[in-house]
Design a binder for this molecule. Sequence first.
Ligand code: ZN
Ligand code: ZN
Length: 413
Amino acid sequence: MPDALPFDTDLLDKLAETAVRTGLNLAPGQDVFLTASAEALPLARRIAREAYKAGAGLVTPILSDEEVTRARYQHSTDEGLDRAPGWLFDGVAKAFDANTARLHVAAENPMALADQDPARVARAAKAHSMAYKPAIAAISNFQINWSIVAYPGTGWARQVFPDLAPDQAQAKLAEAIFAASRVDQPDPVAAWAAHNAELARRRDWLNDRRFAALHFRNAATDLTVGLAVGHLWAGGASEARNGIICNPNIPTEEVFTTPHASKVEGRVRASKPLAHQGTVIEGIEVVFKEGRIVEARADKGEAAFLNLIDTDDGARRLGEVALVPYASPISESGILFYNTLFDENAACHIALGKCYTECLEGDDLTDDEVAERGGNDSLIHVDWMIGDAETEIDGITSSDERVPVFRGGNWAE
Ligand code: ZN
Ligand code: ZN
């Protein structure tokens, strides 16, 4: 039976193909662990088909549902919020150890829990993060090829386009997802190869410079971000430790690396709202001293932000710094997606929390070695946008020379 969807399902076919071929670059015989919301089944089914066509061993889907999640926050006891399916995540970690690839379809309304008690949401999120730790380690250490793609869920579409009729909103969000994911182009896989080559050029330039720090400036920001010892820039396609070159995020426009957890100084103001666990946090402003946030406020959603940075000590320190030109397709769309996968690709950003050890030289670093290099550890990893049309960035070398990296919001050259 054909899907009754208010958008072009040929492009959904192409998105499934791009997810499997470019996103995962699935190897013949490899298993796939696929998570999606029930509403995204039209894409999940296409992904399964593409995966088997690409020689997948076994595709194991796990579906979630917004209403089931809501029911929990409405009716669970407080103690119930401390529960998480550790047994499932232990199994997922085992699957990753056996070289299973990981694909996630983002489709739910990121603001679905906006009307729930933030303390209850945070309590459940913390339990989830702790139980998820063994499995997420394989992702943050880039042990296996993984990717995230998006599907236009109806609740999400309503959030992004509140003034449109439901079908129109879904169609409009579909169009924005397809454009940002480059599947509206005649040959998406080739378009991604070209885009990856451009990101690789920027990444290699930054890796050759070996900057000790980056200095961000605009009207509200004067921030120096020291970089981790032996940091590596990454962006676009990169090689997982299992040897497979994949694209972890579709879309992606960023090149990023690991900052030094104790060498961040100055003041920074968010340039776009951050949608975090159901709260829109606007106008974040923080002061860093020796890498740690010592002052924090926000124009809106301040309580949620203060909760977030109180998760643990690492939640007050940086785990990522990323460069995205203001003239990127997602930025030019002018759409606020309320979803980090899209919004982080609209502007330069920083992330509080856990670093990506793939952005450090050397394999199989111990936790102590990561910490010695300046890599941060935390239960959280939350990106927020700091770049705007005026942003200037200098690279600072170890001999204190300054090299223009960004001028007027875009790459200096
Ligand atoms: Zn990022
Ligand atoms: Zn990030």
